[in-house]
Design a protein around this ligand. Structure first.
Ligand SMILES: [Zn+2]
Length: 89
């Protein structure tokens, strides 16, 4: 079992936006790009799923997906691997 994603795509006004995965119909939600919409009662049509992805939502989603599974940052400061404390006699 994989953990459910925190967001899901929802076609809205010509683009597919990412909204909270826990949202249900008639919920007022904020998209990842900052827009507000109400979850429609009717399911999106096939044509609507073909709408272009909202780039702002996509970027926000990527950032969230990239951070959450791997909390540690890539920038790992100065390496302490090299031991320079060779003790001279
Ligand atoms: Zn969006």
């Amino acid at each position: 079992m994989t953990t459910p994603r925190p967001f899901r795509w929802l076609p809205h006004e010509g683009q597919r936006h990412a909204v909270c995965a826990n949202s249900t119909v008639r919920d007022e939600v904020t998209t990842l790009c900052g827009g507000e919409l109400v979850i429609p009662v009717t399911r999106p049509t096939k044509a609507e799923w073909c709408w272009p992805t909202c780039l702002s939502c996509d970027a926000a989603w990527r950032a969230a997906e990239g951070i959450m599974p791997f909390p540690r940052k890539a920038s790992a400061g100065p390496s302490r691997g090299a031991r320079a404390d060779r003790r001279g006699r």
